[in-house]
Design a protein around this ligand. Structure first.
Ligand code: GLU
Length: 167
């Protein structure tokens, strides 16, 4: 008989991206709104201990060096060693690079190409993949998109295909 698995506590840091976008009528554009991540985890009845912490609400094309330093500091200062970061897909690999080896923590970046508020969004599936990967992957920085767990250092977003591919 194998030992029972004790799920580690997972910290989810939200930074924005399409996964959290909403339509603001007055502006006639999709913008990052209140984070949907807590709601997605609640809907999935996630029982593994977790905390959702909102860091910022930005499209990842608007993230600057200061924002990336904030994300890196949040990872570094966290007592949690299993971390999910929700992030826009356009510059996810750039932010991942700033984390280096994440100080021996397991960090998983994830986003969605369609807002979590949409019925046919990839958000619930992608977040589930990230949440699972954060619990079981060895220390390192990963990106879980398109049903695949990629080491962050060997993946790129293929904009034309709307998918992440190994490089
Ligand atoms: N510009 C968006 C971003 O990177 C692309 C879509 C997405 O969020 O994945 O934030």
């Amino acid at each position: 008989m194998t030992d029972a698995f004790t799920a580690p506590s997972v910290l989810v840091l939200t930074t924005g991206g399409t996964i959290d976008k909403a339509y603001f009528d007055a502006l006639s554009a999709y913008q990052v709104g209140e984070t949907q991540i807590g709601k997605l985890l609640e809907t999935a009845r996630v029982a593994c201990p977790h905390e959702v912490r909102e860091l910022m609400r930005k499209d990842s094309l608007e993230l600057n060096d200061e924002d990336r330093a904030t994300i890196a500091a949040a990872v570094r200062d966290a007592t949690a060693t299993h971390i999910v970061i929700t992030h826009g897909t356009d510059t996810m690999t750039e932010t991942a690079r700033v984390l280096g080896d994440a100080g021996g923590k397991t960090v998983v970046f994830v986003g969605a190409l369609s807002p979590a508020r949409f019925a046919e969004s990839d958000a619930p599936f992608n977040l589930g993949m990230a949440f699972a990967t954060a619990q079981v992957a060895p220390p390192g920085v990963y990106i879980t998109m398109n049903g695949t767990v990629f080491p962050a250092s060997s993946v790129v977003k293929d904009r034309a295909r709307g998918a992440f591919v190994s490089r």
